[in-house]
Design a protein around this ligand. Structure first.
Ligand code: ARG
Length: 566
């Protein structure tokens, strides 16, 4: 692909040798609108070198450059030089690259040989997998795909909350009031009921708490019965979670949850002792983090049992040794910011210089709209219900609008689930937001279904055309405003994916494909494609095919499917 910025740097460097190409590249700007050119370069630095006014220098350089095949127009405006790219040449370099690379357009190997762990979703077993988990789940899945697309070797980890004193409580409750069959028929709500009942009854019978502690202690010491019950609770919970992961096409490389690290604690404590960072506090062991402006971290309770934070430290060590990560990413809500800052600091104090390769990617909270009720019980909105509701609504719309569509059920899933995921990834992750059924199930405006529809529309024109798409076309036929705007967005897509990776921000891609879909629809509306003029038809079809491909890739990077027909 021709790099127009590089061309600009070379052209100026030829005439102003005092400035290096690198230096010039750094000066190139993109003007606020394309009427002012595609690129611009300010002349203040050159003016200093030549001791002339910047606007004079700008004029002189433009004269020296003269005509150039890559630029239609090179213009001096005040202290700036504005460059208008040759649109035909631009369209050619961009669309040829898309044509050659197909669905790999935008992919790079910048991540080659580097392992990136993305830990996401990580719900707690025996607890609802609810709307509050949607963001970690879809943001994490998207990051996993983005890193993978950029050539990193990616590892998806689900750090299940499958350990801790609450399992002692659950075992006690199960033994007192539980019924295996009832639980297996409806695991999470029933286990939740037991857990709630435990707390209610324990208020009056505090001895239950002692029993719970005992059972957790047994679990930690591999007691057969405790282990068996815990395993069963984990299995039935995971079966529930997996239904949702299947709906979202999410596959994990590892479900090593908190319990996985229960036997890896002595070593962690050992290293901390050697580094002399553990302190005694009324029989418990803590790390003092006051010098770093943080409250102390409780590492080991008086009875020797470990905590959430200790398991995170053990997990980080294990991951470094197992995967030798370049980055170890945690997609976890911003409420846990302090937790991550604390343990990452502790890992650093333990002497591991890779502590700074552990990255907490936080996101804002999801609040429930006033009056939002779950379909089952309480103020819990199950993620599965949200997805199913979206699919049902899509089915209704399909029955109404296109009852003859092939694979209706499959398409309804792609659109309904796509709508939910797309909406979740439309905003900056750090923003808090309020969950609303209405917004989640909206199909018009800047939504997933709108972008998917654009993709299906492009697919349909291509199949109607009935001719092979080729890159052997007259590219100057794509110089009009509507066409070139589509080309620009296709061109920018490459950098957009990299930006999304560098900022760990999938919404950058979501917003870009909305822009691309809008530009495409304007082109589609204003520029008839299946025209008699064969050359024009061929040129426009290539653009349609390229836009279709990039939209599909973009959707895939945020974990949304692109049906061919809808
Ligand atoms: N299970 C936790 C929760 O539901 C999230 C785990 C986050 N990951 C971690 N490595 N601490 O809040």
């Amino acid at each position: 692909m021709i790099d127009f910025k590089q061309q600009i740097a070379e052209l100026i460097n030829k005439n102003v040798e005092e400035m290096s190409k690198e230096e010039l590249l750094g000066l190139i700007e993109v003007p606020p609108n394309y009427e002012m050119g595609d690129y611009a370069i300010p002349c203040f630095k050159m003016a200093k070198i030549f001791r002339k006014a910047p606007n004079v220098i700008s004029q002189e350089i433009v004269e020296m450059i003269g005509d150039n095949k890559y630029f239609e127009k090179i213009q001096s405006v005040g202290p700036y030089i504005n460059f208008f790219i040759n649109r035909g040449v631009f369209a050619e370099t961009v669309l040829k690259e898309v044509y050659e690379n197909k669905e790999k357009y935008g992919a790079t190997d910048i991540g080659k040989g580097r392992n990136v762990i993305v830990e996401f979703s990580s719900p707690n077993i025996a607890k609802p997998f609810h709307i509050g988990h949607i963001r970690t789940t879809v943001i994490g899945h998207s990051l996993y795909k983005i890193y993978n697309f950029l050539g990193f070797n990616t590892i998806a980890i689900n750090h299940l909350g499958d350990y801790g004193t609450q399992f002692g409580k659950l075992i006690v409750a199960y033994k007192e009031w539980g019924d295996r069959e009832i639980i297996e028929a409806n695991p999470i709500p029933e286990l939740l009921k037991l857990y709630i009942k435990f707390h209610e009854v324990a208020e009056e019978k505090p001895e239950l708490d002692d029993q719970a502690r005992e059972w957790f202690h047994k679990l930690e010491n591999d007691d057969v019965e405790a282990r068996e019950l815990w395993q069963w609770i984990r299995d039935v919970s995971l079966k529930e979670f997996n239904r949702v992961y299947d709906m979202l096409n999410i596959k994990y490389d590892s479900f090593a949850g908190e319990s996985f690290y229960s036997d890896k604690m002595p070593r962690v404590i050992d290293i901390m002792n050697k580094k002399e960072i553990l302190k005694d506090s009324q029989g418990a062991r803590i790390v003092d983090l006051e010098p770093y402006g943080m409250p102390p971290a409780l590492i080991q309770k008086r009875d020797g049992s470990t905590l959430y934070i200790t398991r995170d430290i053990a997990a980080a060590l294990y991951r470094k040794e197992t995967y030798d990560f370049y980055r170890n990413i945690y997609v976890v809500g911003s409420q846990q910011k302090l937790h991550f800052e604390q343990w990452m600091k502790i890992v650093e104090l333990m002497g591991f210089e890779w502590a700074n390769q552990c990255i907490h990617v936080p996101f804002g909270m999801v609040a429930l709209e006033e009056g939002t009720m779950s379909t089952r019980k309480g103020r819990v909105v199950f993620l599965e219900d949200v997805l199913n509701k979206a699919v049902d609504k899509t089915k209704e719309i399909i029955e109404e609008k296109s009852p003859n569509l092939e694979n209706k059920d499959k398409v309804a899933k792609q659109i309904g689930i796509g709508a939910v995921v797309f909406q979740e990834l439309s905003n900056n992750r750090i923003k808090d937001y309020t969950f609303s059924w209405e917004r989640t199930l909206a199909f018009e405006g800047e939504t997933g279904p709108y972008v998917q529809y654009t993709h299906a529309r492009a697919t349909s024109v291509l199949s109607k055309a009935g001719i092979e798409v080729t890159d052997d076309i007259d590219y100057s036929l794509l110089s009009n405003e509507e066409a070139i705007n589509v080309v620009r967005l296709i061109h920018d897509f490459k950098q957009i994916v990299i930006d999304a990776m560098e900022k760990d921000e999938p919404s950058i891609i979501t917003r870009h494909i909305v822009d691309l879909a809008q530009a495409f629809n304007k082109f589609y509306h204003d520029c008839p494609i299946l025209v008699d003029d064969e050359e024009l038809k061929k040129a426009r079809l290539l653009l349609v095919n390229s836009a279709k491909g990039v939209i599909k890739t973009g959707l895939s990077l945020i974990g949304v499917e692109a049906p061919e027909k809808m």
